[in-house]
Design a protein around this ligand. Structure first.
Ligand SMILES: [Zn+2]
Length: 365
């Protein structure tokens, strides 16, 4: 019997200025904090955290993250952690820095606090780390036994990040409900290889409703680096509901197509959530989803400023051999196309991607 599941960080906090109070949250786990931080954020660690750490008598050590979550980097950071004598790992940065911090905490059996500085992926809340090879290509998924202990979503920090990264998080979150629905309908497999739970589907639904209601006001806030209630609600959707929802409910064609799109050289600089949004259009074609639903998804993609058609990714031509390869990778038996509830051939995926791009062109301007 495979059970249904819900898994989540023990604590998720959201608000402006949380990073300045980090000592309070570290104190629940230990008295020596080991920061793994993206280089652009290093200068702010000391000035923003020392008062609250000192107030709790917490010592600290700061280690710069190399920029890639590789086996080499994880081993280096784990050795530095052990040498420091610290007992709490604090990851600060984008998805890769947070994934590295997760792996270090797991290796060293330490408590883990994560502080995302951008809201572009599901990394902060999930029990999964993506490990790359030293040359920057994908190596493997590291499945961890636990989600992070505490996630601090400091809206004052996240609001300062470039709009493109924020939009990528919206793209990833937008697919959550539709992939959850597909997986639920066929009682497929969720991200921790259990059955999807009703809770996961519900979180996906709430995530979608928050995006529908708030996307325009949120992007106004992001583009002006302003913290507003709409922005805060959307960050809860893109960081918590999207991650915990997908973990409990599963992903389907949108993420399988995203994984396939990695083989197109011209898309190498595209963000994960940007490709997931195109994967979602492909999934909606495969499902022949209701017109109103397709139009609503396209409205949100456009409002977020995400790429809609493939030309928005900078692609100038459709190379058939590349997209046949995308379809092949997307249909790999180890990928998540199996959560669509019926066998889907490479030819069907290829045709659906062509049709999704035509659909995007039709609504482009
Ligand atoms: Zn994703």
């Amino acid at each position: 019997m495979i059970p249904r599941s819900v898994s989540s960080p023990k604590k998720f906090l959201i608000g402006a200025g949380l990073f300045d109070q980090v000592g309070e949250y570290v104190a629940e786990h230990g008295d020596f904090a080991f920061f793994v931080a993206d280089s652009f954020f290093l200068s702010r660690i000391h000035s923003q955290t020392v008062p609250s750490l000192t107030a709790q008598s917490i010592r600290s050590h700061v280690e710069k993250f190399s920029g890639e979550c590789t086996t080499t980097e994880i081993a280096h950071l784990s050795a530095a952690f052990k040498a420091s004598g610290a007992n709490v790992v604090i990851g600060v940065g984008g998805g890769k820095a947070l994934d590295a911090a997760k792996a270090v905490a797991h290796n060293c059996k330490a408590a883990l606090v994560l502080v995302p500085t951008i809201a572009s992926t599901d990394a902060p809340c999930t029990a999964l780390a993506v490990v790359y090879k030293d040359d920057g290509t994908f190596d493997h998924y590291l499945f961890l036994p636990h989600n992070p202990d505490t996630v601090l979503a400091d809206t004052a920090i996240i609001a300062q990040a470039p709009a493109r990264f924020f939009a990528a998080g919206v793209g990833d979150a937008l697919a959550t409900y539709f992939e959850a629905r597909a997986t639920w309908r066929c009682s497929g497999t969720n991200l921790i290889l259990k059955k999807p739970s009703r809770t996961g589907l519900g979180l996906g639904q709430m995530c979608y409703e928050i995006l529908r209601k708030n996307i325009d006001a949120t992007m106004d806030a992001v583009r002006n680096k302003a913290v507003t209630p709409a922005l805060e609600e959307t960050i809860e959707a893109t960081i918590y509901l999207s991650g915990v929802g997908a973990e409990a409910a599963g992903v389907a064609a949108a993420h399988a197509v995203n994984n396939g799109m990695a083989v197109v050289p011209a898309l190498h600089s595209a963000q994960h959530g940007e490709k997931v949004a195109f994967g979602l259009l492909t999934q909606l074609v495969l499902e022949n989803a209701p017109l109103a639903e397709v139009q609503e998804v396209i409205r949100i993609i456009k409002a977020a400023g995400l790429p809609l058609a493939l030309r928005d990714f900078g692609l100038t031509e459709w190379i058939e051999a590349e997209w046949r390869e995308v379809a092949k990778v997307a249909c790999d038996k180890n990928d998540t196309m199996g959560n669509m509830g019926r066998p889907i051939s490479e030819q069907e995926v290829y045709d659906a991607m062509l049709a999704a791009n035509a659909l995007a062109e039709r609504y482009h301007d």
